[in-house]
Every structure is written in C-alpha cells, then in structure tokens.
Design a protein around this ligand. Sequence first.
Ligand code: SAM
Length: 237
Amino acid sequence: MVEALRTEWRQTKNKFLSQVRKMKHPVGKLNWGDLRRGEPFCNEFGFERGTPIDRYYLDKFIGSIRHQVKGKVVEIGGALSNRGEYGFENVSTYDAVDLLESPLVNICGDVHESNLLKPGYYDTILLFNVLEHCHTPQKVVDNIQNWLVPSGYCMAIVPNAQRIHNNPGDYWRILPDGMKTLFQNFDEVQVTTYGNPTSLIASYMGIAAEELTPDELDQSHPLYPVTTCLVAKNSNN
Ligand SMILES: C[S@@+](CC[C@H](N)C(=O)[O-])C[C@H]1O[C@@H](n2cnc3c(N)ncnc32)[C@H](O)[C@@H]1O
C-alpha cells in the first residue's frame, strides 16, 4: 500500500516536472521587468500618464448605451455637463445627484434615502462608478427601481480591478454575478465586462490606455474583468 502510494507520488512529481520543463515561461524565469515594484507607476489611476484604463472602458460603455439614454434622465454621482460631454441627444431633462453640494449637480443628497427623488419619474437612471461607494447597494438599487417609470432603464458601471478610492468610502468590488443579484427584481438584465489580464494589471499599476495597443485593451477575458457594466429594464408595473 505504502509502496503503491510512493510510486503514484513519484509519477505525479515526474509528470509535473516534465510539464514545467516544457513551459514557455518556466517558474523562476519570468521577466518581470519594470513590473517588479511595490508602487504603481501612477497613484492617480494613470491620469498622470494619459487616459486611465477604466475611463477607456467607461467611454466604450457610454458609446454602447448612448442611443438608449432617453427622456427624463438622472445621473447619480455625475455632473449636469455630462449630458453634452457624453453626447446624450435624446434627453428631455437631465438631473445630476451627488452627496456633495457643488455647481456640477442640481440635487444634493444620499441615494440610500428613498425620498431623495420622485417615485415613478425617471425614464433613465445612470450610475457610473457609484455603487462601490454605497454601504448598502441593495437599498440604492431598490430606490432606483422605485424612481424609474415602468419599463424605464438603469445603466451602471462598477470597477472590478481598481485601487481603493474613498468617495466617501469604498466598500465593494461588485462582480457580474453580484450585479445580476442586486438587479434581480428588474425584468431584463444584461451584464457585460471589459478587461483581460493585461489591462487588469495596467489598471492596478496606473498604466495609461495609450501605453497599450487597441488589441491589448479590447480583448475580453470573462475571468479577468476590469469593469462590469449593466443595462437593466424595470418591470412593467
Ligand atoms: C468615484 S465617483 C464617480 C464619478 C463619475 N460618475 C465617474 O464615473 O467618474 C463617485 C461619486 O458618487 C458620489 N456618491 C457616493 N456615494 C453616494 C451616495 N450615497 N449618494 C449620492 N452620491 C454618492 C460621490 O460623492 C462621487 O461624486
């Protein structure tokens, strides 16, 4: 019995060692180059070097939803000027909400409060990089559902591979299954991701989008999301 186990162990070990020898990048021989470091290249998401990776994917997401942003719109954690900046042309009114009072927004308050906005009022609610800052995201999603008209849309993006940034807190990295769960009471939910191992490392290291090729940015690997995006249609009633 013991001898049989020893033989099996030897065979497994030899098989593993022969696989390691055949590896294109053998263990211990990786060239880490500039990446072997304890600090990112830019601590501000890559802004000092160019376009942060998450901004590149936000632009792509906005491009994909632009035609669906319609009617009475509110952007949570956004700015009134984004209506023009993001090219939302099918909008009748545009509100911007934030916790912090500023000339950028016309409504100041906490989206955890159910009476912050009018029930059944908005055709579209935009939520870009906000849910990770909400201590109780399910409460916020339930409020959004209540503020939407029947069959209205919520469009959201959350970071997956991004350093901690307190705005005011930073509580979660919500993955695709988490987004589906938060929005499970909506009628139709589409969740997509952007990112791959290269852009994920670039995002954490503060490397800018301009430093990667379009292919390196646009390859999508479902197991390595940098951002998760959602388009959810409210139920009819
Ligand atoms: C990371 S910033 C995102 C800004 C912008 N949407 C973007 O993608 O660049 C998050 C914004 O959401 C706001 N915010 C966070 N929690 C909030 C809450 N509970 N209610 C309203 N606004 C909130 C913050 O004040 C901040 O302006």
